[in-house]
Design a protein around this ligand. Structure first.
Ligand code: 4NP
Length: 177
C-alpha cells in the first residue's frame, strides 16, 4: 500500500465516542442509543462509532434497566440489546470523545489518568447542553418514572449538540436538523 492510501485510510478512520455513567444500565446506554440514532439519521454510521460504559462493575453483561428501555421505546428507540460493561483505562486512549454523565463519573475516569494525558477528551456531557443547570445528568435509578423521561429530554437535546460539534470538528458534511 502506498503512502497516499495510508493517509486516506487514516482520514476516514472511525471517530470513536463513548458515554459513561455509574452502572451503564440507565443514562449512558440511553445516550449510546440516542447518539447512534442521530448518527444514523445523518448517514454517518461509517464515520462515527458509539459505545457506553459504567465506572462500576455492578452490571457487567446486564441489559439496560427496563424503565430506561421503556422510555427509549416510547421515542422509537430500541436499547434492550445493549450489555453493560465497565470503563477501563484503555478506553482513555482508544476513544476520541468521552462524556461523563455526572461529576463523580468524571472524577473516577480521571483517577485512571494520573498524568493528565487524556484529560482534554474527557468532558461532562452537559457542558454541551443548552440548559446545563448543574452540568450533571441526574441519576434516575432510585427515583420514579418521571425521572427517566427527564433524562431522555436532557440526553436527546444534548446529544444533538454534541453530534454537530463532532461533525464540525471533523468536517463531516451533514445537514442541520
Ligand atoms: P446509571 O444508573 O449510572 O445511569 O446506569 C445507576 C444504575 C445502577 C445503580 C446506580 C445508578 N446501582 O446502584 O446499581
Amino acid at each position: 500500500m502506498d503512502g497516499s492510501q495510508d493517509v486516506r485510510r487514516a482520514c476516514l478512520s472511525s471517530i470513536r465516542v463513548l458515554f459513561v455513567c455509574l452502572g451503564n444500565i440507565c443514562r449512558s446506554p440511553l445516550a449510546e442509543g440516542v447518539f447512534r440514532s442521530i448518527v444514523e439519521e445523518h448517514g454517518q454510521n461509517d464515520r462515527i462509532t458509539v459505545d457506553s460504559a459504567g465506572t462500576s462493575g455492578w452490571h457487567i453483561g446486564s441489559a439496560p434497566d427496563e424503565r430506561m428501555c421503556h422510555t427509549a421505546r416510547k421515542y422509537g428507540l430500541q436499547i434492550d440489546q445493549l450489555k453493560g460493561r465497565q470503563f477501563e483505562a484503555s478506553d482513555l486512549s482508544s476513544f476520541d470523545y468521552i462524556f461523563a454523565m455526572d461529576k463523580s463519573n468524571l472524577r473516577d475516569m480521571l483517577s485512571l489518568d494520573p498524568g493528565h494525558k487524556y484529560a482534554s477528551k474527557v468532558r461532562l456531557f452537559r457542558e454541551f447542553d443548552p440548559h446545563p443547570e448543574d452540568y450533571q445528568v441526574p441519576d434516575p435509578y432510585y427515583g420514579g418514572k418521571e425521572g427517566f423521561d427527564h433524562v431522555y429530554d436532557i440526553v436527546e437535546r444534548t446529544s444533538r449538540m454534541i453530534f454537530h460539534r463532532v461533525a464540525a470538528e471533523h468536517q463531516l458534511s451533514v445537514d442541520v436538523k
